[in-house]
Design a protein around this ligand. Structure first.
Ligand code: ADP
Ligand code: MG
Length: 632
């Protein structure tokens, strides 16, 4: 009986921890190899808050705290401690796109903190650890150690695990959770669509840290002792194994993994050593590591998504209830109706920002003779984007040198040049994916040179990528929905507020996405994983996803590369129509025919510099342009 209770409590503790890890790793793609330190922080905090002052037990152990607080304060304190401890690490995983680097940093920190706790006695009694941690609510009618008390404890732990399950599910099943999954699949792209990676990663690190802290509190309250040996960095690997085997990104899988791996291993070890008392004491723990290694290898090879893989989120094609809701909810989401973003650049109405200095291109432009339909304003002031002396060097390679150009509002401007000319790099500089080495970028009258990509995207300047950049494990529809700006459910608090709070936004966004998907003829693929589509279809998804952000200006990097010619024409026509409706597009291509047909004006780049600018007819007459092509 007592043994069953122990298993139940351990199961609940491991389930709580695995749910936190599942949120961080499975959903948000944050590889926290230091996960165990957050559990340890919770355990130490709970112990230090629940124990009386360290002189009370005759001073046989020394520790800080000793506040003797009543339940549930030690547990709350543990969750807070786990969350707070996560804050310094947000700078490690934050915005920079080096997940592997951050993972190693966290692992090293875990080892260092364990060494510190082992060797520094005044903090938490060093390697001897803390003992006699009081169990919660043991006064009065509850008698510690009685079966009834232990059973009650196990029930409480299971209820707590259920609450944590509810919490992570509420996040994961919200638009905020969808954004986390998008960040997991491709953080650079999420950034370019206006997602603040630092804030997203802070959210999962802190909430995952609080969950881990809570699991530590439950554990220490149950076993009454806590020492550095209980939280070696290797424990993190056991939890990772559990989450990977159970199914990363599936919270039921995380719970299952918690029951199979940590609890199961304890069980097997105990069973074998009980029946073979003559075995050397170190053999079983070592074999346990071998088994964990084999288990991970087998699963990654045979069933990489785990026993219970992440569920595919199917959204039915405009059922009647959606249409009924639509009559009540606006089909498009006006940006103004959303929560104000304190750190976003102000968006300006189309003409208001126009008078920002002389348009560099327009002075050289002259009358237009191209077939491009985007000639809206011959007004020299109608400039939306300007680069002044922009350069970028990658450790000696001068990818872009001193580029000065200007894009007028409402045009479909082409950017052409041979491979390696620096077109993609220039686009990255304009969008903020890369920082300039020198020069300035002015968008809608604002100097955005120092603004990160997500802020430029929120201001309406949105890019696509040359290489495939769909969110692979999101469906086509979800790819589009993830890009919706200012969705009420796309924040931690919005997710917590629940479906009723954001449902109307979601319905409107779904309707808009479905309309867009149908206009590009992809309706029958709406619920397919984007990663399973053909190359051409994925290009469409990326364009549609960029359009979902309601951009004022699109930067497209070879949107028609590798696309069937017929589809390329459809894309070109669609882009031209968008420009007629007032959007501005800067499009990189290296096919002259496409430039001929759709773009006006055209900017020619070679060797990182702008060679020429004008209509295609004008450019064909210029020898240096022809030469660049022959040479390149
Ligand atoms: P394009 O898109 O016109 O083909 P790119 O902008 O991709 O050209 O590349 C321009 C030059 O910059 C190339 O010589 C390329 O090798 C170099 N380059 C691009 N990105 C990087 C990078 N991240 N690190 C180092 N060199 C780069
Ligand atoms: Mg390129």
């Amino acid at each position: 009986m007592y043994y069953m209770i122990i298993l139940l409590v351990y199961g609940a503790v491991d389930a709580i921890a695995c749910l936190g890890l599942s949120l961080q790793f499975g959903v948000a793609g944050v590889t926290n190899f230091g996960f165990i330190i957050f559990q340890a922080a919770g355990a130490y905090t709970a112990a230090a808050l629940a124990l009386p002052s360290d002189s009370a037990d005759g001073g046989f152990q020394t520790y800080v705290g000793g506040l003797n607080l009543p339940f549930p304060l030690p547990w709350i304190g543990a969750a807070v401690a786990g969350g707070l401890l996560a804050l310094p690490f947000t700078f490690l995983v934050g915005r920079r796109l080096r997940g592997d680097f951050a993972a190693v940093g966290l692992l090293v920190t875990a080892v260092l903190l364990n060494l510190l706790a082992t060797n520094y006695r005044p903090l938490f009694n060093g390697d001897a650890g803390m003992a006699l941690v009081p169990a919660p609510l043991q006064q009065g009618m509850f008698v510690t150690g009685s079966n009834a008390y232990q059973l009650g404890f196990a029930a409480g732990a299971i209820i707590l695990a259920a609450a944590v399950y509810w919490f992570v599910r509420r996040i994961t099943e919200s638009p905020y959770g969808r954004t986390l999954r998008a960040m997991r699949d491709n953080d650079k792209v999420a950034d370019s669509l206006g997602k603040n990676l630092l804030s997203l990663r802070t959210g999962v690190l802190v909430s995952g840290g609080a969950i881990a802290g809570l699991s530590g509190a439950v554990l220490v309250s149950f076993i009454g002792v806590w020492s550095p040996a209980a939280w070696s960095y290797a424990e993190t690997i056991v939890l990772f194994t559990a989450v990977i085997i159970g199914g990363a990104g599936n919270h039921r899988g995380a719970v299952l993994g918690a029951l199979v791996v940590p609890v199961g291993f304890e069980e097997i070890t105990r069973f074998i050593s009980n029946n073979n008392p003559s075995l050397p004491p170190n053999l079983l723990p070592s074999l346990q590591w071998v088994a964990i290694g084999l288990l991970i290898a087998c699963f990654l090879w045979l069933r990489p998504r785990g026993i219970l893989p992440e569920r595919k989120r199917l959204i039915p094609a405009a059922p009647t209830w959606t249409q009924r809701m639509l009559r009540r909810a606006p089909a498009t989401l006006p940006r103004a109706a959303t929560l104000p973003e304190p750190d976003s650049l102000p968006r300006q109405p189309p003409q208001a920002a126009a008078a920002s200095g002389p348009g560099l291109a327009a002075t050289a432009a002259g009358p237009r003779t191209g077939t491009g339909a985007g000639v809206v304003a011959a007004d020299s002031a109608a400039e939306i984007l300007r680069a002044v002396g922009v350069s970028k060097d990658f450790g000696g390679v001068q990818a872009v040198s001193e580029v000065t150009l200007s894009v007028r509002r409402g045009t479909l401007t082409g950017l052409i040049g041979p491979n390696g000319a620096g077109k993609s790099t220039l686009l990255s500089l304009l969008a903020g994916t890369e920082r300039v080495s020198a020069g300035n970028i002015i968008y809608a009258g604002q100097d955005v040179t120092g603004a990160p990509a997500y802020r430029r995207a929120r201001a309406g300047l949105v890019r696509t990528f040359q290489l495939a950049s769909e969110f692979k494990r999101l469906t086509v529809l979800e790819n589009l929905l993830a890009a919706v700006p200012g969705h009420r459910g796309d924040s931690f608090l919005g997710a917590m507020a629940g479906r009723r709070y954001w449902h109307a936004d979601e319905v409107g966004a779904i309707a808009r996405a479905q309309a867009l998907i149908s206009s590009f003829g992809l309706t029958q693929h709406a619920n397919d994983y984007a990663g399973d589509l053909s190359g051409g279809q994925r290009r469409l998804v990326e364009i549609m996803r960029a359009l979902m952000t309601e951009p004022d200006m699109l930067l497209l990097d070879e949107p028609m590369a590798g696309v069937h010619p017929e589809l390329a024409r459809t894309i070109g026509d669609a882009l031209r129509a968008l420009c007629q409706d007032g959007m501005t597009i800067l499009m990189v291509e290296h096919e002259l025919a496409i430039m001929d047909e759709f773009c006006d004006p055209v900017i020619v780049m070679a060797d990182g510099r702008v060679l020429a600018e004008g209509t295609m007819t004008e450019l064909r007459d210029r020898s240096e342009v022809v030469e660049a092509y022959l040479v390149g």
